[in-house]
Design a protein around this ligand. Structure first.
Ligand code: ADP
Ligand code: MG
Length: 353
């Protein structure tokens, strides 16, 4: 049984983890409130799983401390933290029924049979698998198996549910359905869900707040809207889908509003950091760089239909590759003019760290 009971916040205070000489986690500090769904988002290899495993107690930390309210937990073993874990590969016992898989953690904790049966039934009901309880995992679909893994994690009534890319092995349609399920299950538990993913869409659709990591460092923490509309640095912007990077020079500044010279053409945007006066990069989503009659001239290279619009790539001034949206099909070799709403053009220093 978890000895931790109810709590209101999970706090990471400058948590670090080294592997040999490699600093894989660097001073992670983060406070999560009960009831929050947090996505830990970052490219492969940035340290997401390491962070999750340190929180679960599966991996010792090298520096810093982890707290549930005023109780320090990084010194406890994983059993004493009692967190629920869900992994990418469901890690179910193939020879055990669904019911026995879900009850495994409770048996390990010597929970009385009556109580254990009740909790298994409740967990199976939460993931909507009551009628599959007697089957073996191999008789279920991938999505159902992952729901068994979630039921196993929540049956122990953990204060924290940790999920490490739980949907990566599922096909696209099932991933969408399971997102809804996971969100619903989170709401029904009222605990904290910490969800690791490298998929921006997943993080945006699931999380109350997103923690963006890169190279073992937290780069930004914010709501999905914050991260999508107001990335605070160029690397976060790129990761959040600002695929266009236009190198320019500042020609005038009016508060946040910046006029740029981009290869002789004018472009307006919003400064997202203190600009040091040298070269800058304007970051724009393909969706916000629109083909029309005015703007930066470019030569179309490809243009494809995506249902709600056409999307293409073009060569702009100085050979810059530009990704844009169009309302009609454009031919390769054709000249287009690309423009963006200045509020959708984010300007960063060229040498942003
Ligand atoms: P992510 O989950 O974001 O893809 P990981 O946390 O798995 O990243 O890994 C972060 C970095 O730490 C990687 O460079 C990885 O190679 C390294 N790493 C992870 N686990 C170990 C280990 N047990 N020993 C040595 N290096 C490791
Ligand atoms: Mg990982």
């Amino acid at each position: 049984m978890s000895t931790l009971g109810s709590f209101s916040t999970l706090k990471l205070d400058k948590v670090g983890r080294d592997f040999g000489a490699m600093n894989v986690l660097k001073d992670l500090s983060l406070t999560i409130r009960r009831g929050e769904f947090i996505a830990l988002l970052g490219p492969s290899g940035c340290g997401k799983s390491t962070a999750l495993n340190c929180i679960a107690g599966l991996l010792p930390t090298t520096r810093g401390s982890i707290w549930l309210d005023d109780k320090r937990i990084d010194t406890l073993g994983p059993e004493d933290r009692g967190f629920g874990m869900v992994f990418q590969n469901y890690a179910l016992f193939p020879h055990m029924s669904v019911r026995d898989n879900v009850g495994f953690g409770l048996r390990m904790r010597s929970v009385a049979k009556n109580e254990a049966d009740k909790r298994v039934a409740a967990a199976l009901a939460t993931v909507r698998l009551t009628d599959q309880a007697a089957k073996l995992p191999g008789q279920l679909s991938g999505g159902q198996q992952q729901r068994v893994a979630i039921a196993r994690a929540i049956a122990v009534e953990p204060p924290l549910v940790l999920m490490d890319e739980p949907l990566s092995n599922l096909d696209a349609k099932l991933r969408l359905e399971m997102r809804q399920e996971i969100r619903r299950i989170h709401a029904s538990l009222g605990s904290i869900t910490l969800y690791v993913t490298h998929d921006q869409d997943e993080a945006l659709s699931l999380a109350d707040r997103i923690v963006v990591m890169r190279s073992g460092v937290i780069r930004q923490i914010g709501t999905p809207e914050d991260l999508y509309q107001r990335p605070a640095s160029l690397d976060v912007a790129e990761f959040m889908g600002f695929r266009n990077r236009l190198p320019g020079r500042v020609s005038s500044v009016m508060g946040e509003r910046i006029s740029l010279d981009f290869g002789g053409d004018k472009l307006e945007g919003m400064a997202r950091e203190q600009l040091d006066g040298k070269g800058v990069i304007a970051a724009i989503r393909p969706d916000d760089l629109v083909a029309g009659t005015s703007g930066v001239p470019a030569t179309v290279e490809v243009c494809e239909y995506r249902g709600h619009a056409f999307f293409g790539a073009a060569r702009g001034p100085g050979g810059a590759e530009l990704f844009f949206r169009a309302s009609q099909r454009l031919k390769p070799g054709e000249t287009v003019h690309l423009a963006a709403d200045p509020t959708r053009v984010l300007v960063f220093n060229e040498t942003a760290p």
